[in-house]
Ligand binder design. Sequence first.
Ligand code: NZQ
Ligand code: ZN
Length: 385
Amino acid sequence: MFNFTYYTPPQVVFGRDAEAHTGALVKSQGCKKVLIHYGGGSVVRSGLLDRIKASLDKEGVAYIELGGVVPNPRLSLVYQGIELARREGVDFILAVGGGSVIDCCKIVSAQAMIDGDVWELENEKREYPTAFIPIGAVVTASGTGSEMNNGAVITHEEKKIKGGMMGAHNDFAMLDPMYTMTVPFRQVISGAFDTLSHAMETYFGKPQENNLSDDISEAVMRSVIANIRLLLTDHESYVARSELMWASAMAENGILKIGKVTDFQCHQMEHQLGAYTDCNHGAGLAVLHPALYRHICEAGAAKFARFARNVWGIEEKATELETARAGVEALADFIKEIGLPASFTEKGIDPNTDFKAVADSTNITAGCCKKLTHEEILEILNECR
Ligand code: NZQ
Ligand code: ZN
């Protein structure tokens, strides 16, 4: 196990009507004016935004609001949020939405405290902000686990880079599985697959040998698989939705990553695919994972064989590599079973996309069991067509 430090925010309020605690939690931070940030309007239509405002009103906390965050959130809206936060003197930022909204809030919170440009600071100078306006999240769509960490994924439209950034940790996160009832079902499944991907991308990182983090990862993966299947038989299952919501948080709260260097090569590829095609994150991962894993399976055969046995219940084959490959095919079959796309064509991605540019702009990670080249990434992308 590699050395680690572990830090555990946010405070999580899980369960029905969690948003009723918002006003009291913001007030307990000593904050007086909140920027409520949200997406395309689902939280307005569901009535959640009004309930949050009522909770803030009850505690005498003032607020302003800014909607408009889109999936694959854009840097330009982050700048608008910063301008508004500064002009209005807000001292707390509340995300009400899925990963896209939460990610924007983390970066608005960081940029509002520095003079230079946060994108340049992080992506060009490789320096990271250390002061933030406090933030919290009411999580309306699960899958990314963004509420549990300080990572954010923001798209720089002109540069065509969908890049990982570091912002604030949430002080609190409200997780009510009932919020997810209005999420389009396809998004629920692609979000749940994102969670599975986070666990896999952590599990296949280094070190490969026996460790507690990987044992917990296997439990998270089995739980996600079982609860996606349960949800497919009963779309409204509160049990499945709550398990998936907590699995999403578990996969990204740092516990699975303890003592590991993570892989996340598939995420790097998907992010650039998103920058060029605006494709849905979980669906993009679903197309890419089997192709990537067929490519690297031999290099990480022992771990892929363990994945086959412990996650998919596959019996030992004649060789370790055969067992490993059977695990990858079980994953590919599962993706089809749950209705996620198996190719770019099925996903509706424009065949004229500049896949070479996608490959060339993809970061190569250190944690993958096979260090890929940009040429191999292009090969994998071509196999997905
Ligand atoms: O914008 P609204 O109207 O709210 O609609 C959203 C959006 O269209 C809708 N939605 C969310 N909650 C809803 C709802 N519709 C009805 N009822 C509700 N309760 O769902 C759509 C997708 O929302 P989005 O926030 O984009 O989805 P998700 O949570 O999957 O976030 C995806 C983004 O997170 C990044 C992804 O790359 C992508 O940009 N990620 C962030 C991570 C992190 N910070 O840790 C890790 C992930 O690996 C991921 O990369
Ligand atoms: Zn993800």
